[in-house]
Design a binder for this molecule. Structure first.
Ligand SMILES: Nc1ncnc2c1ncn2[C@@H]1O[C@H](COP(=O)(O)OP(=O)(O)OP(=O)(O)O)[C@@H](O)[C@H]1O
Length: 908
């Protein structure tokens, strides 16, 4: 019965096998996920789950038995390869309940031959709660985030949103509260893999879209998860404390979100407690606000097409550890606004620029250091194996080595580096030494079969192992003895899982053995051989087996003891892992600065924005790689003049392809990099802290919201004009391009006036509307800049240099020619252009400035379309396209009629 879902079938149905009844009961309790039902060495899926999984995984759909007269669809994945299948399902947005056998089948048999092995769901796997190394990206955080809203939670009665986010693979736990305006930006900063929110919020379409835009899977949960009245108790209970005072103070919205996320963790981990840090309050105001559109446009961590390669992060990431890479990514996602904090980070980078030999040694050590934080999490969740213990051991060894490597310096060690070193000093080094002693160098992945504890660590274990090895030698000797005694060279002593140890001889030569049944006990007759045992051999066998069992028990006991010791030292281990990540990031940024000639920016609380010789890090790298022209560095100065405290606006006109967008973006990126605490691609940079960064650079349709390209552009522009302030940096590229010329020009015109007068932000504004350059005559803090080009034999050569002044023309047609537009179209465009320019000369744009009283919009209705920009006369345009020499008399007559119709006005 295809499509039959397990929920439709009740366990109470008649003629249901006991196993199916158990399956249906478990499935009914876990309706929103695919159920991996453990059967021996496989996880099986049934009914609709099987159909969904077989399609998603590309595995065969089979059937097993019948239910209510119909076949039961089934598919299965082998347990040893389950991680890969889980990974695929999670990546496709599914959730998976893992149902294990929770008793030994032998136990079940004792209850009767028909009884079913007990099973239970032990874990709900969701995108935001992964911890397996193979399911995680080493260099990216895997955030689970909770969003909640308290209506009327703020002083002015508007709603307050609570956010809580956890990376279960490392234990980090942060909370913050925010408002409607900041919400999208705050979600984008964290970029969660899974976002949980209550059903009722998800039903609000606007909020749902905002949540979807954050990019992760959406998981609705009952409203009760976020109950703020019991939130404090739930948190205190989770962390085993009486009061949360020791963790700091939290708002009601933050507590509600934190409680919701913990409830979800308890639901998905079913009793296992991930080792979370106590929640830390992340003051939203302490970060540069970057809204989702700006973040996407600037390609901070992903390109517009969604790839990592080609993003700013991928271009500047020189870290050598997973933890370092994650730290850099989260720093870049939320640049700081506090000058001291930024200086601390910059000091760290400067330190590793000065101490190059130390830095390279450190990087060498870090390269081999495993991901301690993630190994610790797996151990604490009872999902760890011997290799996780080894990772902690090697991580702690690296911590010790790094301490030695960073101790000898001439000058003082900056605070950031000193703090990281302190966390390494406080790491549990004794435990590290013990772990190193305990573990074999290359232990197996699973603890199940033992064989991971090193020789020499535990005397009992060594003794049992040698007994086992000795016994093997004794068996070899026994074989030689029997063989000689019986004169049978082909006699062998072998082992299999069914019989254990046995003597085997070819059937034709077993006379002597069958002739002494008191000694050689017959076990099995094969095609060409017979198998026997002896009391001697049976004794040896039981010795070997019990030695094996006892040594495994000892190994597992040691594992548990070491795991407990690691969990007990969890805080210190996590702090050391974070310390290593900080050193990795500082050293990596220093390496980057040295290799790419970046400089330390001067960052302060002024309104300065003075970049000398700035470059675009990604475009520069791409040019270098292609071996073509080198990148042309450019200055930008948007800071106030002496005696002013308001920033300036640059209006940039210039040909297509000249480098306007690159220039705009590079200045935004330099601000982001500086406030992340990194050096910047420039000869010098002085930046007064930017509190909000806005960019409107190109846009695509937003079909989900039913918005056209132009609508998206206007929504983004509206957000900027409503939110930008005098500490913001605004980057606007070709506003108004997506509509009719006059509408676009008018909008761009009014936007600049608003930015200059009301927002007073530092801004870069690129445009093709040359008419706008006239504004500089009226707006004191607006300057014109252009990108220089050379014209040579009718072609255009781009110099990519930003210089003061306005562009005289667009060179659009030349660029179109370069792009390979048919010659006839290029020629025709030239004709039309000269016609249009001729008309424009008759009523120049400059007259606009006098016709439009400045900021009329603030006092009077919006200015109407200026007269100087009349549409070209259609008859002249049509005439221009006629070439009488190419026409037949009939075509000429038709053209004449066409001209006449064009001439007609509606009144004719
Ligand atoms: N400063 C520079 N030095 C060297 N090459 C540059 C520079 N700036 C831009 N380029 C090159 O020129 C190309 C076009 O740049 P960009 O997209 O910024 O032009 P644009 O003026 O914004 O064009 P359009 O108006 O058509 O959007 C870039 O892909 C890059 O290869």
């Amino acid at each position: 019965m295809s499509g039959q879902s397990a929920q439709e079938i009740t366990p109470a149905d008649s003629k249901v096998t006991p196993m199916m009844a158990q399956f249906l009961e478990i499935k009914a309790a876990n309706p929103d996920s695919l159920l991996f039902y453990r059967m021996g060495d496989f996880y099986e899926l049934f009914f609709e789950d099987a159909e969904v999984a077989s399609a998603a995984l590309g595995i065969t759909l089979t059937k097993r038995g019948k239910h209510q007269g119909a076949d039961i669809p089934m598919c299965g994945v082998p347990v040893h390869a389950a991680d890969d299948y889980l990974n695929k399902l999670i990546a496709k947005g599914h959730r998976v309940s893992v149902c294990e056998q929770t008793e030994d089948p032998a136990e079940a048999k004792k209850r009767g031959s028909k009884s079913v092995v007990r099973r239970d769901v032990v874990r709900l796997v969701t995108p935001g709660t992964l911890t397996e190394e193979r399911l995680l990206d080493a260099g990216a955080n895997n955030y689970l985030m909770a969003l909640t809203r308290l209506k009327g939670g703020s002083l002015d009665g508007s709603a307050v949103y609570g956010l809580a986010w956890i990376d279960m693979s490392t234990g980090s736990f942060q909370v913050s509260d925010t408002d409607h305006q900041r919400l999208a930006a705050d979600l984008a900063q964290v970029s969660p893999r899974e976002l949980i929110l209550s059903d009722n919020l998800l039903q609000e379409s606007e909020l749902r879209l905002t949540a979807e835009q954050a990019g992760g899977a959406l998981s609705p949960v009952p409203r009760a998860f976020f109950d703020s009245s019991t939130a404090t108790d739930r948190l205190a209970h989770y962390f085993g404390v009486k009061t949360l005072d020791g963790f700091g103070t939290f708002s009601r919205a933050e507590l509600s979100a934190a409680a919701g996320i913990l409830a979800y963790i308890e639901k998905t981990q079913l009793g296992e407690r991930p080792p979370l840090d106590p929640p830390v309050r992340e003051a939203g105001a302490g970060r540069m606000l970057i809204d989702p559109a700006t973040r996407a446009n600037l390609e901070l961590s992903r390109t517009l097409s969604g790839e990592k390669q080609g993003s700013l992060l991928a271009t500047i990431d020189r870290t050598v550890t997973g933890g370092g890479s994650r730290l850099l990514a989260s720093r870049l996602a939320g640049p700081l606004v506090n000058v001291d904090a930024i200086q601390h980070r910059l000091d760290g980078v400067a330190f590793f620029l000065e101490n190059e030999i130390m830095r390279e040694g450190l990087r060498q050590t870090l390269k081999g250091a495993p991901d301690m934080a993630r190994a610790l999490s797996r151990i604490a969740l009872n999902r760890g194996g011997p290799r996780d213990i080894l990772s902690v051991a090697q991580g702690l060894e690296a911590a010790r080595a790094v301490l030695d490597q960073t101790s000898a310096t001439a000058g003082t060690i900056p605070a950031e580096i000193a703090a990281a070193r302190a966390s390494l000093e406080q790491a549990p080094h004794d435990l590290g030494s013990e772990l190193t002693m305990a573990l074999k160098e290359e232990p197996p992945l699973l603890k199940r079969d033992g064989g991971f504890i090193a020789t020499g660590y535990n005397a009992d274990l060594d003794e049992l192992r040698s007994l086992r090895d000795e016994s093997r030698k004794v068996i070899a000797k026994l074989q030689a003895d029997y063989s000689e005694e019986l004169g049978l060279r082909s006699l062998k002593i072998k082992h299999n899982n069914v019989l254990g140890w046995f003597i085997e001889a070819p059937s034709a030569q077993t006379e002597k053995l069958t002739g002494d049944p008191g000694r050689f006990i017959h076990r099995q007759t094969m095609a060409g051989a017979m198998r026997f045992t002896t009391t001697e051999l049976a004794d040896l066998e039981s010795k070997i087996a019990s030695a094996g069992e006892r040594s495994l028990a000892i190994e597992l006991e040691i594992f548990d003891r070491l795991a407990k010791a690691i969990i007990d030292a969890g805080e210190a281990i996590k702090a050391a892992a974070h310390g290593l990540s900080i050193l990795d990031v500082s050293a990596a940024l220093a390496k980057l600065a040295q290799e790419e000639s970046y400089v330390r920016p001067v960052v302060d609380d002024s309104r300065a924005f003075d970049i000398k010789g700035g470059r675009h890090p990604v475009v520069e790298k791409a040019l270098k790689k292609s071996g073509g022209d080198s990148f042309v560095a450019n200055d930008a100065n948007l800071g106030p003049e002496v005696d002013e405290d308001i920033g300036h606006i640059w209006l940039i006109t210039g040909p297509n392809m000249a480098g306007k967008s690159t220039f705009l973006r590079q200045n935004a990126l330099i601000a982001v990099m500086a406030q992340t605490g990194g050096y910047v691609p420039a000869a010098a940079a002085h930046i007064g802290v930017v509190d909000r960064l806005f960019s409107r650079v190109g846009a695509a349709d937003d079909l989900a919201r039913g918005r056209s390209t132009f609508m998206v552009e206007m929504v983004e522009t509206a957000a900027i004009l409503n939110q930008a302030g005098d500490r913001s940096l605004v980057i606007l590229d070709e506003i108004g391009r997506g509509t009719a010329t006059f509408d676009g020009l008018s909008i761009a015109w009014a936007t600049i006036e608003h930015l200059h007068e009301v927002n007073r932000s530092r801004a870069l504004f690129a445009t093709h509307y040359h008419e706008l350059t006239a504004l500089s005559a009226k707006l004191a803090r607006l300057s014109n800049a252009t990108v220089s080009v050379k014209e040579w034999k009718g072609d255009v050569i781009f110099l990519h240099e930003i210089v003061p002044g306005a562009a005289d023309r667009s060179y659009g047609i030349q660029v179109a020619k370069l792009a390979g537009l048919p010659v006839s179209v290029v020629e025709r465009s030239k004709q039309v252009l000269s016609q249009l320019e001729e008309q424009d000369r008759r009523s120049p744009a400059e007259s606009l400035i006098d016709e439009l009283p400045l900021f009329a919009s603030l006092t009077a209705p919006a200015p109407s379309a200026p007269a100087g920009f009349a549409e070209p006369d259609p008859v002249s345009v049509a005439l221009e396209s006629i070439n009488p020499d190419d026409m037949t008399p009939r075509e000429a007559l038709e053209a004449l009629y066409r001209l006449k119709t064009l001439r007609m006005t509606p009144d004719d």
